[in-house]
Design a protein around this ligand. Sequence first.
Ligand SMILES: C[S@@+](CC[C@H](N)C(=O)[O-])C[C@H]1O[C@@H](n2cnc3c(N)ncnc32)[C@H](O)[C@@H]1O
Length: 260
Amino acid sequence: MDDEQLRAQLTLPRFPRSAAYDPRWLIRNVMGPNPLWLLEELTARMPLRPGMRVLDLGCGKAVTSIFLAREFGVTVWAADLWVAPTENLARIREAGCADRVFPLLAEARELPFAHGYFDAVISIDAYHYFGTDDFYVGYLADFIRPGGLLGIAVPGLRAEIDRVPEHLRPYWQWEFASLHSVGWWRRHWELTGKVGVLDAWEQDDGWRYWRHWCRVCAQAGEDETVREASRHEARMLDADEGRTFTFALLVAKKPEVGGT
Ligand SMILES: C[S@@+](CC[C@H](N)C(=O)[O-])C[C@H]1O[C@@H](n2cnc3c(N)ncnc32)[C@H](O)[C@@H]1O
């Protein structure tokens, strides 16, 4: 696929901001479903203002952190466990954002910040790795100022399941047990009272966007490992036809005072 074809494939009317980013750069830094499409959808319902202090939790290769700084003028702490901050700094500098995006190594369960430090925490395709623990949202809320925001976008399920659907058996990975429905996430957060859910939704046609991204990466991925993993994921989504997998997006607000 040449550059022009690739750009055409990744220019979708639904995600105009994402379309402005270099497709080769995006694919070179792929770690899962297109993080900019998820972030663009999330932030359309999350009021971010210039100057806000935002934690990008599980930022991976900091693609989302760069997008947040550029699109919204926020200051971003780009925190990740698997990707080294030195590697992310090179990408952040190259994108001209080093004055507004600060990379660091962080374990989500041992965050090195003061309580009340952030105006918002955002997590794209990462929160399910640590956030299914009943106690986690209460722990994380401590780092958000009163009235601050929490927004996540994660791969999820249309509805909770008790067993692996037959059609997904050839593709199932044990880690999929961390995927949940929007309703599950909403209940999980609301019962704590630590945050109030403002909005919770499934991405319309989310599985089709996911599959489209996989198909593009299957052709344009930089190495055969990426191309084969993408082909495999596209086949899984084909077999599922939107019956099981989706994306769950939630925006919540920490109470202005208290939060029991
Ligand atoms: C699938 S990648 C997504 C990365 C990025 N947000 C994106 O969408 O491109 C999941 C990320 O979650 C991070 N992660 C997983 N467990 C974590 C933990 N306990 N603390 C911090 N980050 C974690 C990993 O380091 C990884 O970069």
